[in-house]
Design a protein around this ligand. Structure first.
Ligand code: HEC
Ligand code: HEC
Length: 285
């Protein structure tokens, strides 16, 4: 016990470490008040809310609040706000939705999740596509057409491009010439008469059209624009002409299958996705 405290100082507790003594000063008043207030808060909380873990779940609390209950109420509120819109969308045609900015915004926010679940894996979260594998849905370059009807048909029934493999059917030199010709066209070149003759003779025009601008019924790409469905390098174009598209038995053939969604999505969801894709920027009247 030490009795050598300075005058006016509280007595010490007798504990001393390296010359530092522990005094018996009471804690400051503000601290004591806060301490009792927080105790009181705990008691109030325990009475109002679920707090004490018991054998079959926690004590209930007089307010009857649960986090699940809060979530359910939020979801119900959201659903009931949404219901009139959904009912209205159900009755509107795709064209009508496209003409109504408010409904279009609602349809686009509703299809965020469906697009993410069913389309994004291939076409990308923002529909940008993946070069050479999945087409971008953002541009106005369409394999199968960009009208509401064409897009709806694509989503409901799927699409499967079909191009023969020309390797072994025509000389390799002609394949190389036709590849150079395709590349020249895509760069805005008009192409010379001999190339056009070879193109016609080989039967390319049957699918890609006499003007090589493609045909949306067959999904045969436009060869005169700068957008490439598959690779644009000379080697890749030679590969496309040599091995074709969706030729199962041909090595190196491009795989290009858009699955059908008519059995996986409701008619209404397909309509709303059509509206979404159409309004991404490339929709055609
Ligand atoms: C398994 C991959 C895959 C999924 C999933 C998929 N697509 Fe496709 N989609 C493709 C491929 C591949 C093509 C191109 C087909 C071709 O080249 O012949 C395509 C083509 C399209 C086209 C036509 C583009 C054009 O230029 O004409 C549209 C529109 C489209 N998809 C929309 C959708 C929507 C909407 C969904 C979701 C419901 C979806 N796709 C899901 C692979 C997919
Ligand atoms: C039976 C129809 C058919 C014939 C014949 C055909 N093509 Fe194609 N071709 C297609 C289709 C369909 C596509 C697009 C495939 C897809 O995206 O699903 C395509 C794609 C291409 C592409 C890729 C374009 C791009 O943007 O990546 C090139 C290049 C091409 N064809 C060149 C030719 C040439 C050259 C010939 C003649 C030797 C030819 N095709 C004959 C149907 C055909």
């Amino acid at each position: 016990m030490s009795n050598h405290n300075k005058p006016g100082q509280a007595p010490d507790t007798g504990h001393e470490w390296d010359g530092i003594k522990e005094l018996t000063n009471p804690p400051p008043k503000w601290w004591t008040i806060c301490f009792y207030l927080s105790l009181l808060w705990c008691l109030v909380y325990v009475v109002l809310y679920p707090a004490i873990p018991l054998v079959n779940g926690a004590s209930k609390g007089v307010l009857g609040w649960t986090s699940i209950g809060e979530l359910k109420a939020e979801v119900e509120k959201y659903d009931s706000q949404r219901a009139p819109y959904m009912a209205k969308l159900e009755k509107m045609s795709a064209q009508e939705i496209l003409a109504d900015q408010e409904m279009l915004n609602f349809a686009n926010s509703y299809t965020n999740a469906i697009f993410g679940d069913y389309c994004a894996a291939c076409h990308g979260r923002s529909a940008q596509g993946a070069e050479g594998r999945f087409p971008s849905l953002l541009d106005d370059d369409w394999l199968y057409g960009g009208t509401v009807e064409a897009i709806e048909e694509t989503i409901a029934y799927g699409r499967e491009g079909n191009m023969f493999a020309f390797k072994g059917e025509i000389p390799d030199a002609d394949i190389a010439k036709l590849a150079d010709f395709s590349i020249a066209l895509s760069q805005g070149n008009k192409g010379d008469a001999a190339s056009w003759a070879l193109y016609e003779e080989t039967g390319c025009g049957q699918c890609h059209g006499e003007d090589a601008k493609g045909n949306t019924d067959a999904g045969s790409a436009n060869l005169t624009d700068s957008v490439w469905r598959f690779g644009s390098s000379r080697d890749e174009v030679i590969r496309t002409i040599s091995s074709g598209v969706n030729q199962e038995d041909v090595e190196g053939s491009h795989n290009a299958i858009m699955p059908a969604f008519d059995e996986r999505l409701s008619e209404n969801d397909i309509k709303l996705l059509t509206v979404r894709v159409w309004s991404l920027g490339g929709g055609q009247k």
